[in-house]
Design a protein around this ligand. Structure first.
Ligand code: ADP
Length: 509
């Protein structure tokens, strides 16, 4: 007879012994306790139970199962187990069991009562499974979920923080801001937009931009610009519009708009920033009017001063009156400078109103340059001006106006080079165009000012106190070159001198 059969309790029936043999071979740990003896002692366990617990049959027969929980007795599932045994019921619990070597295993224990024909519980059969791996995996999952939840909470918190940070900025800036969807419906608007245009937030959200305020925004050019943004990622900047707004009257606005991005990805949204420049424009107009009137008023007396002055200079020369001649020379230079300034200021006004006339005719570029150099050499003999590049070329243009450009560029080169006195003019020809570059070794220009110095009245901060000037010369030059279908630009670094270059086509259309 097989050894395990010897160890089986005798159920007194051959069939039963076969069932018992199957039980013995089961891979689940099986234990049977005697319910009618005190303290529910173990009367049977199979091999799998021995493997599961590390205890041998000999060691456990007659013991209550509680030794499996070692010192860890305060487990809630033990109460469930106790109650089920007491009530003679079936139950399944998860327990922390301890192997003989002290290692903890998660034990999924299922107990069933065995009843006699009278319905009284005689035994309990317990089937156990080591589910440590599963429970650990479940615990890890729970832990991971907790970590994930924590991360989500943290991110949400960060997001809320950056949102309130952003909205604080959006609400603080003085510009009006609105966000539009691809259909140009308003998704959000800042407080400034609502207060400036006297709109109620709830009335405009979801509305089409061109429908709000009696269609006051429906301007064909603006419509075109806005509709172009999303399909081609085509932002616009500095769009000026003057409009009559029912609630706030006539306003001059400047608009910038761009497609919004999130983490470098484009969104189907447009951010439109609107700045009110009505006041600024009015001040600019007043300033221009004043300069215009003042220059006109100065021009007549200056012409008379210059005429009389030239007369006196002639007399002094005739009489060889050396005492006055030096003084006349200095005063003559100042009159020349003043004359050029008034000329430039009047030109600014004329250019603004488009009243300037250009007479295009062919002329020698070399002659233009040499004439301008003569003017400069008379007023600043200490500067040495060299001419390099091609000998000569015939160009079509307004000689007087281009000479004005040359004199302006050379005067600047002189003015802004107080120490290094060498100035070079380089002439070149590029397919169909001529190029003139004026190089000095003076104070140079910071990169951030390279574009702005061509604006009216703009002067670089660093030099404005050290050198006299009003900031219109380059504006006039750039307008003249533009009228000749050319370009004027600068290459420069602070303290490293500057190169001002312009190109114009050899023939004007
Ligand atoms: P102004 O010389 O009267 O200020 P311009 O329009 O001629 O006016 O020049 C505008 C500004 O450009 C100047 O104020 C100066 O900052 C800068 N600039 C022009 N030419 C030079 C130059 N050759 N070197 C350094 N800065 C220059």
């Amino acid at each position: 007879m097989e050894d395990f059969l010897v160890n089986l309790p005798d159920f007194g029936n051959a069939d039963l012994r076969l069932f018992a043999a199957a039980l013995h071979a089961s891979s689940n740990g099986v234990v049977i306790t005697d319910h009618n003896q005190p303290d529910e002692p173990i009367i049977y366990c199979n091999n799998a139970f021995e493997n599961l617990t590390g205890y041998t049959k000999k060691e456990i027969i007659g013991h209550n199962c509680r030794f499996l929980q070692s010192e860890d007795r305060n487990q809630k599932s033990r109460n469930l187990l106790g109650a089920a045994i007491k009530n003679g019921e079936h139950c399944t619990v998860l327990l922390r069991n301890y192997k003989k070597d002290g290692r903890m295993v998660w034990n999924e224990l299922m107990i069933s009562p065995i009843k006699n024909p009278q319905g009284n519980v005689t035994h309990f059969i317990g089937i156990q499974n080591d589910v440590t791996k599963r429970v650990n995996a479940e615990n890890e999952l729970v832990e991971e979920r907790e970590i994930l939840d924590e991360q989500v909470r943290e991110r949400t918190h960060n997001l809320e923080e950056s949102e309130s940070y952003l909205s604080a900025i959006v609400e603080t800036i003085r510009e009006s801001l609105i966000v539009l969807d691809s259909e140009l419906r308003i998704l959000s608007a800042n407080e400034n937009f609502c207060s400036f245009f006297r709109e109620r937030y709830q009335d405009i959200i979801g509305e089409h931009l061109f429908k709000i305020g009696n269609g006051q925004w429906d301007i064909p050019e603006l419509r075109q610009l806005l509709l172009n943004i999303l399909p081609h990622n085509n932002p616009f900047e500095g769009f000026e519009m003057e409009n009559e707004f029912a609630s706030i009257g006539r306003k001059m606005l400047i608009l910038n708009a761009r497609q919004m991005t999130l983490k470098g990805k484009y969104q189907d949204r447009i951010l439109l920033a609107i700045e009110d420049i009505t006041e600024r424009k009015a001040i600019e107009h007043r300033k221009e009017d004043f300069i215009n009137i003042a220059s006109h008023e100065m021009k007549t007396p200056l012409t008379s001063i210059k005429g009389n002055f030239q007369l006196l200079e002639k007399i002094a020369k005739r009489n060889n009156d050396t005492t006055y001649l030096k003084g006349f020379a200095t005063a003559g230079k100042s009159i020349g400078r003043l004359e050029r300034l008034i000329h430039d200021l009047l030109d600014v006004a004329r250019m603004q109103s488009g009243k300037i006339q250009f007479n295009f005719e062919p002329f020698s570029l070399r002659k233009l340059i040499e004439d301008a150099v003569i003017v400069l050499e008379q007023s600043s003999p200490e500067h040495k001006i060299s001419i390099t590049g091609i000998d000569d070329i015939t160009v079509e243009g307004d000689f007087g106006r281009l000479e004005q450009v040359m004199i302006n560029l050379l005067s600047n080169a002189v003015k802004y080079s107080p120490i290094e006195k060498g100035i070079n003019i380089h002439l070149s020809m590029l397919s169909g165009y001529c190029k003139v570059s004026v190089t000095d070794s003076g104070v140079g220009i910071h990169k951030r000012d390279h574009k702005r110095i061509f604006e009216r009245f703009y002067r670089a901060d660093e030099i404005s106190e050290r050198f006299p000037g009003v900031g219109v010369g380059l504006y006039v030059c750039s307008q003249i070159i533009k009228e000749h279908s050319g370009t004027l630009w600068v290459e420069s670094e602070e303290e490293k001198g500057s190169v001002f270059s312009f190109t114009i086509p050899l023939k004007q259309k």
